[in-house]
Design a protein. Sequence first.
Length: 274
Amino acid sequence: MFDYEKYLRLEMFPHIWCPGCGDGIVMKSLLRAIDRVGLQKDEICMVSGIGCSSRLTGYVDFNTLHTTHGRPLAFATGVKLAKPSLNVIVITGDGDALAIGGNHFIHACRRNIDLTVLLFNNATYGMTGGQLAPTTPTGKVASTARQGSIDPPFDACKLAIAAGATYVARGTSYHSQQLDRLIEGGIKHKGFALIEILENCNTYYGRPNKISLLELLQWEKDNTVNVKAAERMTPEQLQGKIITGVLYQADRPEYVALYEEHIARARAKVTAEA
């Protein structure tokens, strides 16, 4: 049996997540992935912003930073530049990353800085009362959209690919074993890695939309299809389906390595001119 406790700050429990929340499932997948990669605790710095998902950093026994709303990628960039040897993992939510933090998100992708980003997508602002999020499906009810949202939702993976990320994957809280592998791949990847995780918020998304926890999980099962299976399906069969798995992977120069080369050239020039 997997020993989760060795990675946890047990004195921080019980946690604040609602019963049935997908955050705990994702945290367990993350810990299993870290264990499979074989990283030591002090080789990791985990950075989070504000939101239900971002409370995760308080529960795990690594170097951790719980930062301000929408800014975890800015803090993580600083950590990675200051200490490139660290494996920097960012825990963020759909509002934290794509709304107030959207500018940081696209530029971290553009730079291809070596960060592993877990974007918890529960389609709502769960911690602050269920407000409309950038990922809330059109027509769904939120505390700030009582008649249903008229906004089109963001596709975080397409946005990341367009902005320059070099590892982009999508998983769900239902398909936890697949999620282990996706996170493991993101940690091993040299460059900006995004793993979007579709997860259930039965309290602030499910209740106002009259969807039970079991129905939310069943939706994740029934409405997603693995990228390999999708390659064999027709456009008609894929209608309304969300593709999971590794959606994009490429090799491109990583930002910190380029930055260190730049500093070395500058120092060599100063030395030569002295």
